[in-house]
Each structure stands twice: as C-alpha cells, then as structure tokens.
Design a protein around this ligand. Sequence first.
Ligand code: PGA
Length: 252
Amino acid sequence: MKLIEVKDHEEMSRKACDILVERVTELSHPVLGLATGSTPKKVYDCLRKKPISFRDVTTFNLDEYVDIAPNDPNSYRFYMDHIFFNHVDIQTSSTNVPSGYGLDLQKECQDYEKKIRGAGGIDVQLLGIGVNGHIGFNEPGTPFNSRTHVVELSESTRKANARFFERMEDVPKQAITMGIETILESKEIILLASGLKKAKAIERLLYGDISEDFPASALRNHPNVKIIADHEALSMVYPALTGINTPTSSFK
Ligand code: PGA
C-alpha cells in the first residue's frame, strides 16, 4: 500500500481527481469503480470541471441501499446522477449502480458480477472507509472471498448514515454491495480518508492485523493500493500533523 499524505479534504479530493483524470485520458475504454458518501463528493466536483470526455468511460458503483427507489434523493443512484453523471458526457447506459429495488436481489448480484466481468474488470476503484473498517458495505465479519451480495447494515453504519434521513427508522437495514473479492480484483484501488473520525480506522488499516473483523485490511493483500489520507485522518499515526503531540511512528 502506498500512503499519500495530504493536508486536508480539498487536497485529498484534488489528488484523487488528478489520478482519475490520468486514467480516463490514458486508457481507451476506462472502467471506473465509484463510491458515494461524504468523502468522494469533491472528487466528482473536480472531475466535472475538467475539460475531458467521459464518453468511453464505464462505471460501476460499489453499493446501493435495498428498498430505496432510484429517484429517491437518498439512493446512491440519485447521488451519482446529480453529483456527477448528469454533468458530464458519459453515456447513461454505461453507468452501473446495483439496483436494490428489484424483486430478485440475488439475480441482481449475479448480473452485476457478470457486467463487471463483461466490461473487462475495473481499472481503478475509488473507496471510502467506514469507521468500523467497512469498504463498500462489507461490514466486519464479511468473508474476504465474498462477491456482490446483500448485506444487513450494522448499527454503527446505520447511525453514521442517519444524518441523511429524517428519522433513524428510515435508515435502510440492508444494502447490495460488491464483495471484498470483487473489490480486490480491481487493477488499482484508491482509498480516501478525511477527518478525525477516520483516524482510528486508518491506524488499524496501516498497522493492525489482516482480519475479516476489519474488512479494509484485505487491501493489504492487493498489489496496487494508494491511500490518500489527510492530516486529521492520520492523526493517530502521526499525532504531530494535528499539532497536538509529537510524531510516534512512520508507515513503511
Ligand atoms: P463517508 O462514508 O464518506 O460518508 O464517511 C465512507 C464509507 O462509509 O465507506
């Protein structure tokens, strides 16, 4: 894993945006794996402003809530359309977000895997990290050999996402997510982390055991991972970055 230290959320977003622009311009049919949430939002803002074409780009999002309609503002399809897809020249038919709104979710999971394979696999996958170490919606305990599947969301994830819903009862209990093995098949992975609330997760990702109790640790087995983390997210690794303490260790 390569650690790229950045000052703040802005710089994290710019760095990730620059890497994605490079891939989109150098590959003839780029396949991007995309993420939602607060962390990558400014990456999409940045991409929208670049004078490049997304006409030949195919995208696969990591996950989607179950039982939230695609046109519901809380769905990840809505997020992607409004924050990114509607503002660039990508072909709608080339944008893929799992559908958690159909009747046969198992078939949706299998079809999603087939579509990723059909596109030749993911060239570069953007990832956030949950406070509990989840990637996509792969919660602690998810087998490392998991493929796209339906998950029960943990209480900590539901609480973390409750800010987007009116009432806690409205936060979905299930989601569809690419599996950990699906994610690890991406040729390149960029994990973003910003803010103090991610500090523990980043410390554990860099120094903790590789264990299914902490899904992001599976990334340590991948040959091409870049972690772009800001000073706050690195504050448990390098306390000096936040000006609170003196440095303790460096990541190798
Ligand atoms: P966040 O979510 O970007 O909203 O913090 C990240 C995640 O849960 O993967």
